[in-house]
Design a protein around this ligand. Structure first.
Ligand code: AMP
Ligand code: MG
Length: 322
């Protein structure tokens, strides 16, 4: 299969990408969280092509990206005061809102659920693409299902191996982990996936907010990829540790460390000691570990505390055995 075209950002590449979206095709594009694999959200066939390219189970819903609150409101039946408040505080940004869907949102987007997930991204390339396409864009992360999320155009090219014809290169993602998913369809707002916006911040602004990131299996009703016990995992086995580095295996290994040395590792990443910096560097470090052919990666436990909950969530899923 031929190499996907990584394209620099200019008016021509954005216009071309928008034309591909309007024609029902797929484009990989940067957002501030991770790179997305986008299609016209209102074209069921185009959305189904995302699932084929990713090898993603059709039971996993995808997030719809918009460039304004009005566009988000057009996709939902209700826009409660809490949605308005959350949007006014965090949009554009790494917060996804789950709301009752409007009738014209295809089943392919919501996996047949009566709710749709919407987000207004901050990345200027994502926003320019959605605006040029003139359509909301459905986009999960631009990786094969169950593989690492991409935070650079090169990660997308490597992971999607010719399954996507165009990749807009917006540089490394500034947040580096997927968005916080906030479900506003129930009596109490619930975080389905921790992310760039912390539950502490949500509670401070919105009042009562539940954490409902229980690990669910694939057959369950409200299944979503961010809720799978094992997800966001590299090929290497992830071994978490605190204190001293565990004894090294005989074959190639890597380490993501905060305080200790890792002599003999094929890949060592000294991780940033602040949660935002850590999040930004995390997937790229795991990609480097996999690229070097490591069979094991030792990951030093990040600190406790609400600010680290998104990092700890991804780490815990990445270290869950298959
Ligand atoms: P990903 O595309 O890998 O970023 O995952 C999309 C995430 O959005 C999932 O983890 C779900 O938690 C969430 N999601 C998307 N659509 C819905 C929906 N209709 N209802 C509930 N959660 C959703
Ligand atoms: Mg994903």
């Amino acid at each position: 299969m031929r190499e996907p075209a990584i394209r620099a950002i200019d008016t021509a590449s954005i216009d071309e990408a928008a034309a591909i979206i309007r024609a029902g095709g797929l484009v990989a594009f940067p957002t501030e969280t991770v790179y997305g694999l986008g299609a016209n959200a209102l074209d069921a066939d185009a959305v189904r092509a995302i699932f084929v390219a990713k090898g993603r189970p059709s039971t996993n819903p995808v997030i719809v990206h918009v460039t304004s609150v009005d566009e988000a409101r057009a996709l939902v039946r209700e826009w409660p005061a809490l949605a308005q408040r959350a949007a006014s505080l965090w949009w554009p940004g790494p917060l996804t809102l789950v709301l009752p869907r409007a009738a014209h949102v295809p089943d392919a987007v919501t996996a047949g659920l009566d709710a749709v997930a919407v987000r207004l991204p901050a990345h200027p390339v994502a926003r320019a693409l959605i605006a040029a396409a003139g359509r909301p864009i459905a986009a999960p992360s631009a990786n094969r299902s169950n593989e690492l999320s991409p935070t650079t155009a090169e990660h997308v090219a490597k992971g999607m191996e010719g399954r996507v014809t165009m990749i807009l290169d917006g540089g490394p993602c500034a947040v580096g982990l997927e968005s916080t998913v906030l479900d506003l369809t129930g009596a109490v707002p619930a975080v389905l996936r921790p992310g760039g916006v912390s539950i502490h911040a949500l509670r401070a602004a919105l009042g009562r907010v539940e954490l409902r990131d229980g690990r669910v299996g694939e057959g369950e009703a409200r299944v979503s990829p961010g809720m799978m016990a094992r997800h966001y995992a590299p090929r290497a086995r992830v071994v978490r540790f605190s204190g001293a580095l565990p004894s090294a295996p005989a074959d190639t290994w890597g380490a993501l460390v905060l305080t200790v040395l890792a002599p003999g590792a094929a890949v060592v990443r000294m991780m940033p000691s602040d949660p935002d910096g850590y999040a930004r560097a995390f997937y790229a470090a795991l990609h480097a570990v996999d690229d070097a052919g490591c069979t094991t990666v030792f990951v030093e436990e990040p600190p406790e505390g609400d600010d680290w909950s998104a990092v700890r969530d991804r780490l815990s899923r990445a270290s869950t055995p298959p």
